[in-house]
Design a protein around this ligand. Sequence first.
Ligand code: SF4
Length: 213
Amino acid sequence: MNSNSPKFEYYRKAAATVIKALKARGFEAYFAADRDEARELALSLIPEGSSVGWGGSMTLSETGIVDAVKNGSYDAIVREKAATPEERREVFSRIAVCDYFLMSTNAITVDGQLVNVDGTANRVAYLCFGPANVIVVTGMNKLVANVAEGESRARNVAAPPNAMRLGRRTPCSVTGKCADCQSDDCICCQTVITRRSPGGRIKVILIGEDLGL
Ligand code: SF4
């Protein structure tokens, strides 16, 4: 994004407001002007040799953070390498006690709260507890006014394309509209509001770009 554009200026100023709110809630918080700066910042937060896991995320893909971790001097925990249910269980167990867990968020409020919906809930479980550190990377396009707006964004903006991306057979995959479904393929089984992060365990990187879903 052009750093002289009004939109970038808005993102930069709004990020400063959100960072202040996040810090008051115990999060560590940073601003990166673009995806490249975000990638380098995220990597600078992770000591070499750390065990690193991550949740499925368009933002992580677009920033190149996962590829950089896989190719860097880290103990990258790659879920895709697990071929059997036993191996998958082993991988999930390793992520549960890893040094750093990487993810994005479905929404972030101006007053510094994270809003996430999840189907299997491994991502939100690791956000809540387990990994020693969590790094949340998000474009400023996910900024919302309050938790209610965040829940609406998660259901009506993020979930339908995510359900399509994951090949889920849900009403929103067909119509593009949330039907508050009870499908076995539903990716909205859990809604987690993260309103505080004692000791800076969760580190949030706000990016001055539109990223992810
Ligand atoms: S239709 Fe189901 S899976 Fe799709 S957004 Fe609504 S609750 Fe989530």
